[in-house]
Every structure is written in structure tokens, then in C-alpha cells.
Design a protein around this ligand. Structure first.
Ligand code: CLF
Ligand code: SF4
Length: 298
């Protein structure tokens, strides 16, 4: 039976609110905004706020040190019984800002051993950290993949920073694409559950996301989450797409319907902030501000 889900996969998704639609009603996630640095430039980014990898441009969050992150996670674990996942989703890139990601997740796994660990990344710095992700028991990874054709990439990514230097134009997109595909394959090989997020940008990559879906499905992605480009003009504009329109709700539904197949299509994403806490439907980030946490134990 090709469509039956393996028991190991059921075990991994049953209490993860993003990877299982059913689970999102009962289980909560929290994000720790510890990773502000980013190694690529997306034209839809608004760096003043959170990464659109996972989160809504236009909602600011506090940058936490790993120690503050641990205290926040422990406070949430004590007060939010549904908490099942701790994730790092920006405000920059969790794999590029690796030292902080590691310094955050290792103590959390030690102090709150029953939570699942999750990260979100643009994929450029992913391959070199896959083995450590396995060692750290990070079971869920999201890669934001907006193209598999570097020509289309040039409209989305003006530059990347890789291997100590900056690349522009088609070279930037070619390297990003190669690293994303390699990272995807490496994660799949090691049994880490993969979600691919794609930002739907009308006239730029909307039709192309059909190809993206095929590529990521062939390389072992479990779920594909197409998120609409969101603009919040009161909070400033995109880095390099100022006249870009956002998809309409019906365009988004139509595209998701076309992708439905072997890879699950996510339809319950809330485009969370990089400091979100709680059930996907009920963000409680404001209850766990760092200023309200118990003082540092010395
Ligand atoms: Fe966070 Fe992302 Fe992990 Fe979920 S969010 S790092 S996979 S624990 Fe979830 Fe939020 Fe959508 Fe992300 S609803 S933006 S898909
Ligand atoms: Fe901005 Fe893109 Fe970097 Fe996210 S990955 S912080 S959207 S440039």
C-alpha cells in the first residue's frame, strides 16, 4: 500500500502542530528568536522584522541570547501544557547563525527532554550542519525553497554570502539551488522529516512552484507549504520588490490544489512570528516577554 504512512513517520508527526493538521488543534510550538544573522538576501525580505522564511514580515520580535532563550522555553514549558515543539525560525537563518542555534538547542534538549526540536532555514548553510542536527536530535527541518531554476532565482535573490564571499546574479541562485537540493537529500537520507516552504510571488514563481513541488517530492520532502507573499505597508516595504502584488486567497487555494499529491500540502500555516508561542490559532508570545521572566540563575 504505497500511501500508508510508516509508523516512524506517524510517531514524528502526531504531536507536531505544523507537520500534522490534526495535531495543530491540540499541540503548541514555541519559537526562539535567537538567530538574527542571514547569509542571503531575498527581495521580499524586510530585515527590520522577522524572516519571511517562516514568519510574517512586519512583526518585530526580541532577539534573545541562548541563555534568555532557555529561560523563556522553561517558563513556557511550565505554563503551556500543550507545548510539544521548540523551533528556531529566524529572525535570520538558523543554520548560518549556527553557534547560537546550537548554544540554544543543546541546553533545551537537556532541560526539557520531552520537546521535539525544529528549525527553519534557507538551506544555503544546511549541508555542513546536517550531521550535527542528527546528533542534536533535531527531527524536523523546514527549508524555504522558492525556485529550482536559477534564472527565476535571479528575480528573487539579488545576492548570497557563501564561503567567505558575496555572489550576485545567476551565480548566487545557482549555488543556493545546489545547496538546497544537497541539504534536502542529506536530511532525507538521515530520516529527518522535511517540510519545504515556498513563498508564492505572483508573476515570478507562482507557476514555477509546480516544478519546485516535483523536485522536492523526488528528493524526499514530506510536506510542501506554499505561503502567500504578505505585505504590510505600515511596517515598511520589501527589500527589492516594491511594486510586487501579493496572491489573492483564491489564487493560493488553486495553486495548493494543483500540488496535492504524494507530498502533503500544508493548508493550516499561520505564518508565525519568530517569537511565537502557543497553539497555532492562539499566539501567546506577549505573555512570555523576556522582561517578565524569572531572573537568571547564577
Ligand atoms: Fe516553527 Fe516552522 Fe517548526 Fe512549525 S512554524 S519552525 S515547522 S515549529 Fe508552522 Fe508557523 Fe507555518 Fe512555520 S505554522 S510559519 S509552518
Ligand atoms: Fe530575509 Fe530571506 Fe534572510 Fe529570511 S532568508 S532573513 S527573508 S533575506
Amino acid at each position: 500500500e504505497p500511501n500508508a504512512m510508516a509508523p516512524a513517520i506517524i510517531e514524528k508527526i502526531k504531536d507536531h502542530p505544523c507537520f500534522s493538521r490534526e495535531a495543530h488543534l491540540y499541540f503548541a510550538r514555541m519559537h526562539l528568536a535567537v538567530a538574527p544573522a542571514c547569509n542571503i538576501q531575498c527581495n521580499y525580505c524586510n530585515r527590520k522584522y522577522d524572516c519571511a522564511n517562516e514568519s510574517r514580515p512586519g512583526v518585530a520580535s526580541h532577539r534573545l541570547t541562548p541563555d534568555q532563550a532557555l529561560r523563556r522555553a522553561m517558563a513556557v514549558a511550565n505554563e503551556v501544557p500543550q507545548l510539544s515543539v521548540v523551533g528556531i525560525a529566524g529572525p535570520g537563518d538558523a543554520c548560518y547563525d549556527w553557534r547560537k542555534t546550537k548554544a540554544t538547542l543543546i541546553p533545551i534538549a537537556r532541560e526539557i527532554p520531552d520537546v521535539k526540536l525544529c528549525i527553519s532555514t534557507n538551506g544555503l548553510a544546511l549541508p555542513e550542519h546536517v550531521d550535527e542536527l542528527v546528533d542534536m536530535n533535531v527531527g524536523h527541518v523546514t527549508i524555504t525553497i522558492n525556485m529550482v531554476d536559477p534564472k527565476i532565482g535571479t528575480k528573487i535573490y539579488p545576492w548570497i554570502f557563501y564561503d567567505g564571499r558575496r555572489y550576485n546574479g545567476i551565480d548566487a541562485s545557482r549555488i543556493l539551488h545546489e545547496r538546497q537540493m544537497l541539504g534536502l537529500e542529506m536530511l532525507a537520507e538521515r530520516g529527518i522529516l522535511i517540510k519545504v516552504n515556498s513563498v508564492m510571488i505572483p508573476g515570478v514563481n507562482d507557476e514555477h512552484l509546480i516544478d519546485v513541488n516535483k523536485w522536492v517530492k523526488d528528493r524526499g520532502a514530506f510536506m510542501h507549504n506554499v505561503m502567500p507573499l504578505i505585505s504590510e505597508p505600515t511596517h515598511g516595504t520589501f527589500y527589492g520588490m516594491n511594486d510586487q502584488r501579493c496572491p489573492t486567497p483564491s489564487e493560493l487555494i488553486a495553486l495548493r490544489d494543483r500540488l496535492e499529491g504524494d507530498t502533503k500540502v500544508m493548508r493550516h500555516c499561520r505564518q508565525c512570528r519568530a517569537d511565537a508561542v502557543g497553539l497555532l490559532s492562539d499566539d501567546r508570545a506577549n505573555e512570555f516577554k523576556i522582561s517578565q521572566l524569572p531572573a537568571e540563575a547564577t
